[in-house]
Ligand binder design. Structure first.
Ligand SMILES: Nc1ncnc2c1ncn2[C@@H]1O[C@H](COS(=O)(=O)NC(=O)C[C@H](N)c2cccc(Br)c2)[C@@H](O)[C@H]1O
Length: 504
């Protein structure tokens, strides 16, 4: 791309955008890289990069890689206690935040610095130990992302430069964007989805359009920013569309510059996907599946038109150079269609391991079931899927989303799919609820569109009773305005469970 093409296009208030060209971005990367090198931080040391996605924070993460340092992206909203536990786990040499960053009172032993377009200003010098490393190497950790820790203590997912570049190369073969495109990125920097968007845009000579996550909740502003920045591609988790589709459908339909949507992180509620298809018939929609331990591992075009009887979306069969296997409980590979199994992933883009946690790493990176003798390790995803007659894979849910309700095994995704078939339902979540009398009961939370026919808990229960075995019919059903989301924008099931508990 020519150096004066836009690399980052940011909204700078109503009617104003700030453009950073490839040349300016390169200059900023070089400035930050030389400042990092002057700090004498040894190759392989960790840097906590606390920032939203901006031209400067993108330059900073590129500079960390250029200087052979491992960056750990965290959002400014990260609670102090979680940040401190990450610091005690990862022992970073430096914490950097923008000049106007709010973080203070960091634990001792960590250097602190601030950055802006002029460069990096040191506040507390980092401890300078002599690093015995003399060269950076592609197998070194490029970044570390801490999982949300829904299941236990947060784990540091370590991704090498080689894994990231392998993934980027595979993704770019899908020709998702061209140099004329502008890719809106709606995830926080701490979610690897934002790293996909940065790599997709900059790897294609296109521009990144960072969209602050809290902006997504105000559909008018969200859609205004998309229009004013000229976004042609919008990447985000499914929930970013919920409010816009509900309150501003005509403004969604007016996004006539939009050419593509890519989503990942969880299943897209089919009623909302159909709605997007109605409002934006010209848009290519890609379902991107993967776990942070592999960045992503497959891209599948959503069928156009969406068949009326479609029950699930394909997640493809693994991107070029990677392969998804289905393995049964006995550890044998399944190859007949229609039989669910656990997804295992063979890929050059697998993570190096969980930071300082060899046991968890051994549980995730296991011997290749088809040739354990070879030493090749594959990723156990913990996801359940089956292969269709078309050879593509269909996601069924996480293996830990099969819960026991009064001795019966319930796939929560199955209950959610039925709830979504209720006329006017646009989003749904099924969760196990602790119940004083009967241990665990099933709770259902449903969002219905404004113009839905009279929907209430009783009619929803009746609807489910006609379509599901009795043990799969939610005992408690609540109609809600919206579903709570986690910092990464996924449905926050823990919040639903605690809301039901407090509501009594
Ligand atoms: N497209 C789907 N349909 C359905 N279920 C999905 C999809 N993508 C995930 N998931 C679920 O999310 C789990 C993983 O969660 S995660 O570790 O937080 N990572 C993520 O969500 C995001 C993931 N790293 C990712 C995805 C795409 C690009 C990049 Br770059 C990164 C997977 O194991 C699945 O259970």
């Amino acid at each position: 791309m020519t150096p004066d093409r836009p690399a980052v296009v940011e909204s700078a208030g109503i009617g104003r955008v700030r453009v950073t060209s490839y040349r300016d971005l390169r200059l900023l990367v070089d400035t930050y890289t030389s400042h990092l090198r002057d700090l004498g931080i040894g190759i392989g040391e960790r840097i906590i990069l606390e920032a939203d996605v901006t031209a400067q924070s993108i330059a900073m993460l590129l500079a960390c890689s250029a200087a052979g340092l491992t960056f750990i992206p965290v959002s400014p909203e990260t609670p102090a206690q979680r940040l401190h536990s990450m610091i005690s786990t990862a022992r970073p040499a430096l914490h950097v935040q923008p000049t106007d960053g709010k973080r203070d009172a960091l634990p001792g032993g960590v250097g602190t610095a601030r950055f802006d377009t002029a460069g990096i200003t040191v506040v507390e010098r980092p401890p300078t130990g002599r690093s015995l490393r003399r060269e950076a190497c592609v197998t070194d950790p490029a970044y570390m992302i801490f999982t949300s820790g829904t299941t236990g203590r947060p784990k540091g997912v370590v991704m090498s430069h080689r894994a990231v570049v392998s993934f980027y190369r595979a993704m770019l073969e899908y020709r998702i964007v061209t140099p004329r495109d502008r890719v809106a990125s709606t995830s926080p920097l701490q979610f690897d989805f934002s790293l996909l968007n940065i790599g997709l845009a900059l790897g294609s000579g296109a521009a990144v359009v960072p969209v602050a996550q809290q902006l997504v909740r105000w559909p008018r502003n969200f859609l205004r920013v998309l229009r004013e920045t000229g976004a042609t591609q919008v990447n985000g988790v499914p929930s970013i569309w919920q409010q816009a589709l509900r309150y501003e459908p005509e403004k969604v339909a007016a996004l006539d510059g939009l050419r593509g949507i890519l989503f990942c992180g969880e299943e897209f509620p089919l009623p909302e996907l159909r709605r997007i298809r109605e409002l934006l018939p010209q848009v290519r929609i890609i379902n991107c599946y993967g776990a942070t331990e592999s960045m992503a591992c497959s891209f599948a075009d959503v069928p156009d038109p969406l068949p009326d009887d479609l029950e699930r979306l394909s997640i493809g069969s693994g991107h070029r150079g990677a392969e998804l296997l289905l393995v049964n409980e006995a550890g044998h590979v399944i190859d007949e269609p229609g039989v669910p199994g656990e997804l295992y992933l063979r890929s050059p883009a697998l993570f190096s391991g969980y930071w300082d946690d060899p046991a968890a790493t051994r549980a995730a990176l296991v011997p290749d079931p088809l040739c354990p003798q070879s030493g090749q390790l594959v990723l156990r995803t913990g996801d359940v899927a089956y292969r269709g007659h078309d050879g593509e894979l269909y996601f069924c849910g996480r293996s830990d989303s099969q819960v026991q309700i009064n001795g019966n095994r319930v796939e929560l995704g199955e209950v959610e799919r039925r709830l979504l078939e209720f006329p006017g339902a646009t989003a749904a979540a099924a969760v196990p609820l602790p119940h004083a009398a009967s241990g665990t009961v099933l709770g259902g939370f449903v969002v219905v569109s404004n113009d839905a026919p009279a929907a209430d808990a009783a009619s929803l229960r009746e609807f489910c009773a006609d379509r599901l075995p009795s043990y799969m019919v939610p005992r408690e059903i609540r109609l809600v305005e919206t579903l709570p989301t986690t910092t990464n924008g996924k449905v926050d099931r823990a919040a639903l469970i605690s809301s039901a508990a407090t509501a009594g």
